[in-house]
Write a protein that binds this ligand. Structure first.
Ligand code: ADP
Ligand code: ZN
Length: 204
């Protein structure tokens, strides 16, 4: 399927939680609306931060609603041929198939903007984000503020009952009682992994 004649590309907005990825995605989408582009916005169905509602509007009344999708095939099916800009939020929750989908969209002339947390709570690549970063024409990696020391934060700290969660927990905890903090490398704690590094003599 060809999606148009314009030059397409992929841009990724990556970074830790609370680093402003959604704010940046919204900014880019709003500007695309101002430019009069036809925009579609998708988000993972796993993300309910917006309480099922997620809508971006520009001052001149143009508006786009986020469409929840559960996988990359569903996303591909929902993209209209006349769309010029495709934005995807929380892409870390999608399957690796999203890489082929965004490549096809960009090859077909669409501007694709993908936002997502590139590292899981262990500091490992999260879902398809590593692959997307490798394929993107443009990458912006945002940092937050470490809640412990105030330095730039680059890691997601998972806490369970206020304590650092062990590395062996699931990457995506559905309906769990865990919480997250943005932390810098020094303040980031992953108990099992820290021990493994200690055994290797790598821990300072
Ligand atoms: P993301 O999509 O990357 O999770 P959001 O765009 O939803 O980020 O939220 C970013 C906002 O979160 C910031 O503008 C700030 O107001 C708020 N915030 C809360 N905690 C932090 C933190 N530790 N560091 C930076 N911003 C934070
Ligand atoms: Zn810190």
């Amino acid at each position: 399927m060809r999606y148009g004649t314009a030059h397409g590309w992929i841009e990724v907005v990556a970074g830790v939680m609370f680093s402003g990825k959604s704010e940046e995605l919204i900014r880019r989408v709003r500007r695309a609306l101002i430019a009069g582009r036809r925009v579609q916005l998708f988000k993972s169905h796993l993300d309910d931060r917006y309480g099922g509602q997620f809508q971006i509007s520009s001052h001149d009344g143009r508006r786009v609603d986020a469409e929840p999708v559960s996988n990359s095939v569903q996303l591909a099916e929902r993209v209209h041929a006349e769309t010029q800009v495709v934005a995807v939020d929380e892409a870390q929750f999608l399957d690796d198939g999203i890489c082929e989908v965004v490549e096809a969209l960009a090859d077909g002339g669409m501007r694709v903007i993908v936002a997502g947390t590139d590292m899981d709570f262990r500091g490992e690549p999260f879902g398809p984000m590593g692959l997307l970063l490798a394929r993107a024409e443009r990458i912006d990696k945002l940092s937050a503020i470490c809640v412990v020391c105030g330095d730039p934060a680059t890691k997601n700290q998972r806490l369970i009952d206020g304590k650092p969660a062990p590395a062996e927990g699931p990457t995506i905890q559905v309906g769990g009682a865990e919480s997250y903090e943005a932390r810098c490398r020094r303040c980031h704690e992953v108990p099992k992994r820290d021990r493994a590094q200690g055994e290797l003599g790598l821990l300072r």
